[in-house]
Design a protein. Structure first.
Length: 144
């Protein structure tokens, strides 16, 4: 698996959208589609449990730290560049991005939905987090 190929898809898909949630959805869908069509990824995760390449599967799952770190850096940089007015603090953004990356890795290693459906679910969670952050920033409303 060529990590740089996946990260290029992330950058390109994020840059193709004008709104952060759509950007995250597009990037997730692009990565999931690429993984779905990658012979190496399909071989690693699609084989019967006894036939899977344990070393490669381990890299995608329990030893995915380097993959997660590289993806988090690319996504955070893209968000800072494209959507600097995000309502999340730096700490919140880091947590949110890492969770998105881990959800995508999970969807790659144990796909249960189409790339589009999985990406839409992840984007929905991001949208909820952003709405919560915006509500927090706007403070309590006065109703009269």
């Amino acid at each position: 698996m060529r990590l740089d190929r996946f990260l290029t898809v992330v950058r390109e898909r994020m840059e193709s959208q004008d709104e952060i949630v759509a950007s995250i959805r597009a990037a997730c869908e692009g990565v999931l589609e690429l993984a779905e069509h990658s012979l190496l990824v399909r071989t690693i995760v699609g084989a019967a449990p006894g036939d899977q390449d344990a070393d490669f599967l381990k890299i995608l799952t329990t030893e995915s730290g380097e993959i997660v770190e590289a993806a988090v850096v690319v996504v955070e940089q893209s968000i800072h560049q494209l959507y600097p007015d995000t309502p999340l603090t730096e700490a919140e953004l880091s947590v949110a991005v890492e969770l998105v990356v881990r959800l995508v890795l999970s969807a790659i290693t144990r796909p249960s939905k189409s790339p589009a459906a999985a990406a839409a679910d992840i984007a929905w969670i991001v949208d909820l987090a952003l709405k919560g952050a915006r509500d927090r920033l706007s403070g309590p409303s006065i109703r009269g």
